[in-house]
Design a protein around this ligand. Structure first.
Ligand code: NDP
Ligand code: GDR
Length: 374
């Protein structure tokens, strides 16, 4: 049996790490694009590392960047992948307002570069292409819930760059007959989520505060509504989308919506903390009403856990996202298996274990940098 080869851009990110695990378990030879950095950036995939001298190794990392055409083309030529998963991106919506040109280069033109590499190398009949599209395409929503037919209205340089990537993927499918498809994924999280996305900022921040490692959490728009799933469920769907008879674009979502405020309340309750939200707008605060258990020794009734910092409001906001994944369920039999409450539980457990360890180190005189997040 010939071993399938997959190339993952963004393998060092949240989804890339879960997808690499998933494909290795399926017997794939996995190739990943990693960026050169001045410090190690492979923490999420270090547990998958294999001896580079072993003849039978199945994980290979290549230095590269989505802004570098010749590098991407060479890697695609060298690997001759059966499947490319384009997960690499400047993926932070708020940061895209500060670095719009870079975001467009990586997220939009980076996608074109890969599609062109497939085409120019004559691999269009061999290589299947998955594009990490996003619910941010819906932006200022035109319909609730959002499905494949809902019109797009992106609200950030990130969303606009991803809109180009969505259409160029579809265009190459139609123009050149490539197997190229978009997964329109709604927010998905895990204990590997980047520390500056809202869910991880909350679980990590609350655990640090509960252990006395930082003061309070400063947040932006608490009323934003999101459809949050678990990354493990979503990478399974990325693979499924490349195993069909014909390429098609799918919405992937749970169909359940919570606000950022809800998420804070649920995460706090995992720590045994009951919160009251008082005040409105930029005056809103989350105050400790009651504590039970031993997860929050540094807190007492009446402590302010969360305040608003207008710096975290975005120039244009996506207020509400709720996906309808009926097509994925009907065509592919995909259903999410991990609920939001299970996900929050595992995120809090992981961040609490780290916070407890940091608190112990600090207590015994070791300097610990907790790092404030944006
Ligand atoms: P992460 O931010 O965790 O990971 C992004 C990955 O892209 C990292 O490996 C990063 O490398 C890499 N990367 C960034 N810039 C470049 C570049 N210039 N060249 C090559 N690689 C680069 O994102 P997620 O894993 O959460 O998301 C994966 C993809 O799915 C992204 O495209 C994202 O936009 C999209 N998406 C995510 C959703 C979510 O809720 N998570 C929902 C919908 C879409 P490094 O580690 O060096 O920074
Ligand atoms: P999002 O995720 O923009 O949906 O993009 P993020 O977790 O950053 O924000 C979700 C919502 O929370 C609000 N919010 C805050 N967000 C952050 N990061 N920090 C805060 O302090 C804060 N306070 C409130 C935001 O305004 C927003 O409404 C993610 C990324 O993974 C994208 O790559 C992906 O395409 C989409 O999800 C689907």
């Amino acid at each position: 049996m010939t071993v399938k080869k997959a190339l993952i851009t963004g393998i060092t990110g949240q989804d890339g790490s879960y997808l690499a695990e998933f494909l290795l378990e399926k017997g794939y030879e996995v190739h990943g694009l990693k960026r050169r950095a001045s410090s190690f950036n492979t923490q999420r995939i270090d547990h998958l590392y294999q001896d580079p001298h072993a003849a039978d190794r199945t994980l290979h990392l290549h230095y590269g960047d989505l802004t570098d055409t010749s590098n991407l083309t060479r890697i695609v030529q060298q690997v001759q992948p059966d499947e490319i998963y384009n997960l690499g991106a400047q993926s932070h919506v708020a940061v895209s307002f500060e670095a719009p040109e870079y975001t467009a280069d990586v997220d939009a033109i980076g996608t074109l570069r890969l599609l062109e590499a497939i085409r120019l190398l004559g691999l269009q009949d061999k290589t299947r292409f998955y594009q990490a599209s996003t619910s941010e395409l819906y932006g200022l929503v035109q319909e609730i819930p959002q499905r494949e037919s809902t019109p797009f209205y992106p609200r950030s340089p990130y969303g606009v760059a991803k809109l180009y990537a969505y259409w160029i993927t579809k265009n190459y499918r139609e123009a050149y007959g490539m197997y190229a498809c978009n997964g329109i994924l709604f927010n998905h999280e895990s204990e590997r989520r980047g520390e500056t996305f809202v869910t991880r900022k909350i679980t990590r921040g609350l655990c640090n505060i509960a252990q006395g490692l930082e003061g309070q959490l400063f947040m932006g728009n608490l009323s934003a509504l999101r459809d949050w799933g678990h990354a493990k469920d979503y990478v399974r769907m990325q693979w499924m989308m490349l195993q069909q008879a014909a390429a098609k674009d799918y919405v992937i979502a749970t169909g359940v919506q919570y606000s950022v405020r809800d998420f804070i309340r649920i995460a706090a309750s995992e720590l045994g903390i009951t919160l009251d939200f008082v005040g409105n707008g930029v005056e809103e605060k989350a105050v400790v009403r009651e504590i039970c258990g031993d997860a929050a020794p540094a807190l007492k009734q009446g402590d302010v856990l969360v305040s608003i910092d207008p710096a975290y409001f975005r120039p244009a906001e996506v207020e509400t996202l709720l996906g309808d994944a009926t097509m994925a369920k009907e065509d592919l039999g995909w259903i999410p298996e991990i609920s939001l409450h299970e996900m929050v539980k595992s995120m809090v457990a992981a961040d609490l274990a780290t916070a407890r360890q940091h608190a112990l180190l600090r207590k015994h005189g070791y300097a610990v940098s907790v790092g404030k997040e944006s």
